[in-house]
Write a protein that binds this ligand. Structure first.
Ligand code: FES
Length: 122
C-alpha cells in the first residue's frame, strides 16, 4: 500500500501559493437567450460590473494581495442578479450595479460588507 502520509499530514491549505488573495469576488456573467424566463446576469450588465470591480480593485492597490475579481457562470441566484459571490466570507451580493462598485471596494478595505446588497435566506 502506498504511503499517503506526506499528503494527509499537511494542513488543508498547504498547496496555496503566495499569489493567493485574501478575498475572491466572483461576478456572474452567465448569459441566456433573451426569451429564457430565468433571465441572466449578463442581461443586467454584469460584464460592466465585472470590469468596473476589477478596475476599482486595481486602482486602489488591492489586486496583488487583497482581492481578485473573477468571472463566474451561473451562481443560481438569477432572480436577484447581478450576483457577486464573496469568498471566503461566503455570501452573495445581489442586484449589483456599476454604481455599487466603489462601496463594495470600500467594504473590502474596511472589512465591512455592504449590508444593503447582501442576499439573505429570505
Ligand atoms: S445568471 Fe447570474 S446567478 Fe444565474
Amino acid at each position: 500500500m502506498a504511503d499517503l502520509s506526506p499528503l494527509t499530514s499537511r494542513p488543508a491549505y498547504s498547496t496555496l501559493t503566495s499569489l493567493q488573495r485574501k478575498r475572491y469576488l466572483f461576478v456572474c456573467i452567465n448569459r441566456r437567450a433573451d426569451d429564457n424566463p430565468k433571465g441572466c446576469c449578463a442581461a443586467k450588465d454584469s460584464e460592466d460590473v465585472y470590469r468596473a470591480l476589477k478596475g476599482e480593485v486595481a486602482a486602489r492597490g488591492l489586486a496583488k494581495l487583497e482581492a481578485r475579481v473573477c468571472t463566474s457562470s451561473c451562481l443560481d441566484q438569477c432572480d436577484t442578479g447581478v450576483t457577486v459571490l464573496v469568498e471566503p466570507d461566503h455570501f452573495f451580493y445581489g442586484r449589483v450595479t456599476v454604481a455599487d462598485v466603489p462601496e463594495i471596494v470600500d467594504g473590502l478595505i474596511t472589512g465591512q460588507p455592504v449590508k444593503r446588497l447582501m442576499l439573505t435566506a429570505d
